[in-house]
Ligand binder design. Sequence first.
Ligand SMILES: Cc1ncc(COP(=O)(O)O)c(C=O)c1O
Length: 491
Amino acid sequence: MQNLTLLDRLRKDFTGLDTRYHLADGRETHRYYLDSAASTLTLNCARQVADEFLQHYANTHSQAHFSARIANRAYDWAHQQALNFVGSHHAKYIACFAGSGSTAPLNRLARLLAARRPERDITLVSLMEHHANDLPHRRHAGQVIHIPLMGKAPALGAIDLAALEGLLEHYRDRVNYIALSAASNVTGIVNPIHEIAALAHAHNTWIIVDASQSIAHAPLKLTDNGTVERELDVVAFSGHKLYTPGSPGVMVVRRDLLEDQEPDELGGGMVDDVSLSGYQVSQHFPDREEAGTPNIPGAVQLGAVLNVLQRIGMQRIHASEQRLLRRLLAELSAIPQVRIYGDPDLERTPRLGVVSFNLAGLEHGLVAAVLNDYHNVAVRNGCFCAHPYVRELLKPELWELDIDFDTDNAEALIKPWQGMVRASLGLYSTDDDIKALLNGIDDLLAKPDHYRIQYQADRDGNFHHRNFAVSTETLFNPETALDRALAHSGI
Ligand SMILES: Cc1ncc(COP(=O)(O)O)c(C=O)c1O
């Protein structure tokens, strides 16, 4: 009961829940934020922790003075939160902060794991990956083979385990690691990561799990039943999808995968000694994997979020978001013109709070523009940095377009139809957000021609209102904000 209260109180403790904009019809309403899969809003209590830390801000490479010691302690605490969050209570794993999202750790892992076993020249990557968990492996990790998915487009499901097993058998002793997401950023569909870990390990293959889309929305532990066979070797995630914009990306990695190998990046803070003729890398983790001065406040803020989410309990957060997701799926499915992508049956194919859809005969760019300009509903549209997956989901529709790809303007003809609209949930999402989305869809479906003539499409498939343009400068201008801050501080 006490925890439930904490969850309910935290739901309202985000910056940006009351942000208001003027709309194309002259109304002013508050924003309905349904773009959490791209980036979540900021959790205030965690930002307060980072602000308080700034009173003591100092470089973690300094040691002697009070502030440096406080900074080191706080930064260590942030690492510990990441380890605790995924259930690593022993020294087998290390947590490292790197870059500004998951992309940095994923690139680094591709380089490190490829260098570790160069004789294993094949990497298996699921077909549903964000480019961040596909392209780094293509670049650094030998030949990438994509693992197919269950079902048929547009209702594709999770990874096809039988096909994966077939690939592991076929390329026996050649597959270095499998890279896949815990949940898709397009459909929210959840992969059975521990089952896949067991398959991988039976073939002496490692598994990298991109947890960017699941870490804030569902429990994710390194092992689900305590056995090493089902244990994940690596988990990576982004702070900006975890209510901490600007924080570093995170990787939790089995220590032995990093030991006895030159770190990927070199610089200050990770060497014991440097002479003109050589250098000696520190044996100390995570320092040796974190060259340079880290984003300490960002890590501390992220640590605070991870801590408070654990206090609530990820099961509880998951259950709460699943309730909203069920409503969203049910109401969208009841509209005949809506096509939902990915198997929508939650019993058969579990998914998190991410739903991509299209409205029959309406371009995704038009739908997203009308939802924003007339309903203040913030959704994402396009291919969501997952082009192969989105194309696979859209295959039947794109075929129906009957476009001759040998003509010069084939690209322009297909562009408006090659994409989807995505609504995604966060801890702060409410029934009102869903209601606003559904109202917007109903309104657009009732008057499609009325709306279409208000817009002009550009070459990239974005729709621009002919008579209504918001000057973002008037809504937020960094210089004006700075002037206000100076005046407020009497400077
Ligand atoms: C599943 C998934 N992986 C990786 C990324 C890349 O994350 P970042 O932009 O934080 O590097 C994203 C971002 O949308 C994502 O959804």
